[in-house]
Design a binder for this molecule. Sequence first.
Ligand code: ZN
Length: 263
Amino acid sequence: MVKIVDVMNVMDKIAPRKLAEQWDNPGLLVGSPDNAVRRILVALDATDRVVDKAVDFGADLIVTHHPMIFKPLKHIRTDLPEGAKIQKLIKHDISVFAAHTNLDSAVGGVNDILAEIIGLTEIRPLLSTPDDTPTLGRIGYLKEETDIDKFSKFVKEKLKADYIRIIKGDNRKIKKVALCGGSGAEFISRADFLGADAYITGDVRYHDGEHAQALGIHIIDAGHFATEYPVVKALASIMRNEIALKDIEIIEDTEGRDVFTVV
Ligand SMILES: [Zn+2]
């Protein structure tokens, strides 16, 4: 019988917990390592829809990218959305595990998948540590030089994004590209420092854009959702290979949608 702890050990190989940022809250968030597992649902977020899907599927475990519990809880009020969700999970004996910034940094994680989709070569981490531990973001080269108009359309298509926002820098062509899935505006200066012509991320704010224009680097804000959603399918597939046990069934959520609708 496979237990949650066995899956946790596999997850630590895929996205070592030691790669997580200090402020993060990855790991087992609901449930017990002793619980048995037969069915796993992989999703970006443990939303109400995903929890309902897990109940329908008969999942024992939901593995997500974003930690369902992030800030310390002050109460578990079952008349409010978060408490009701925790109640439903416990009632159905469903555990929840998250691999967040550790999955961003991990080899084959969020940022490597994004770099692969964009077709970068000579991929290196955007941020480096003295001991060569993989960290957040990636930087690499496009096979052919392009311009911001063509490149932004290409990124939108590749990520199947509903929308993207562009901050045009100076009139440079694009060959060297940096990226950070999710919310990576804080690394605009780093991307520029390493000579990136364009930087792909999400959650870019007005003043981040002004800063980028002053530096001359192009920014493609492809959205927090679209830059991370590809990891769901990839993670489920890696988990299927790693947890090569007969009685375990792993499915991925394919109905995730961006919270934003653009009109
Ligand atoms: Zn994210």
